[in-house]
Design a protein around this ligand. Structure first.
Ligand code: DC
Length: 226
């Protein structure tokens, strides 16, 4: 396994881990892996080629071959490409999240994406955001954080995030979709969403993002990561 230091941030949808991971990566000057984006891209790649949404072999093959690119640094507006098409916005819809959660439950898809994810571990370090970063993909991560927040707060944050991006969403529908997605992510047979045994649990309900970033930086300092 690589000696590049990794900070793994895992947790359910809307826990704020994406924002936290991005701010940490900027602060530390490290690379960023948004692993959820890979599952979202795969679901989209599948629908582009007309794959049956339940066809595991087709999605596992695509996981190894899909041509994706992340551009822009973590501090600015990030662009995500699938082939020659810019899909940064399209992969953020709840529909794409739903497709991602479905393909993420397929064991051979997870196996096919493993190496792709590990290749993000480059000097000087990596902040990796997902569901199984600390448990499966980077078991040797120097710091593992499991971030949670109450279901009501997570739904509200997601609602605001999507509204700010100009999406027309309803809070009630979003709460329902988040609950279903959490249920599937936590109960699937492979790499279910759960904290690593050596993870630091942070419930950030009622905390500001600055407070959460500071709490994780304090943990990083005690481990001599910064
Ligand atoms: O973090 P997100 O909402 O972009 O993730 C989209 C879906 O992908 C989510 O329902 C769970 C799945 N996922 C996963 O199974 N493992 C990861 N490491 C990241 C995301």
């Amino acid at each position: 396994m690589s000696t590049v230091p990794v900070i793994a941030i895992d947790g359910p949808s809307g826990s704020g881990k994406g924002t936290l991971a991005r701010l940490l990566a900027v602060h530390l000057g490290w690379n960023l892996l948004d692993s959820g984006a890979l599952y979202r891209l795969l679901a989209l790649a599948g629908s582009r080629v007309g794959a049956d949404p339940h066809d595991e072999a087709a999605h596992a093959a695509l996981a190894g071959t899909m041509n994706i690119r992340f551009s822009g640094d973590a501090s600015g507006e990030e662009q995500i490409w699938l082939g020659s098409v810019e899909v940064s916005r399209e992969i953020r819809t709840e529909r794409a999240g739903e497709g991602a959660s479905r393909v993420a439950a397929m064991p051979s898809v997870r196996a096919a994406l493993m190496e792709r994810q590990r290749r993000f571990a480059q000097e000087p370090g990596l902040v990796a955001d997902g569901r199984d970063m600390g448990t499966v993909v980077f078991p040797d991560a120097r710091l593992k954080v499991f971030l949670t927040a109450s279901a009501a707060e997570r739904a509200k944050r997601r609602y605001k995030q999507l509204k700010d991006k100009g999406f027309d969403v309803s809070l009630a529908a979003l709460s329902q979709e988040l609950a279903e997605r959490d249920q599937r992510d936590a109960n699937r047979a492979v790499s279910p969403l759960k904290p690593a045994v050596d993870a630091e649990l942070i419930d950030n309900t009622g905390m500001s993002i600055e407070q959460v970033v500071q709490a994780v930086l304090d943990l990083a300092k005690t481990r001599k990561l910064c």
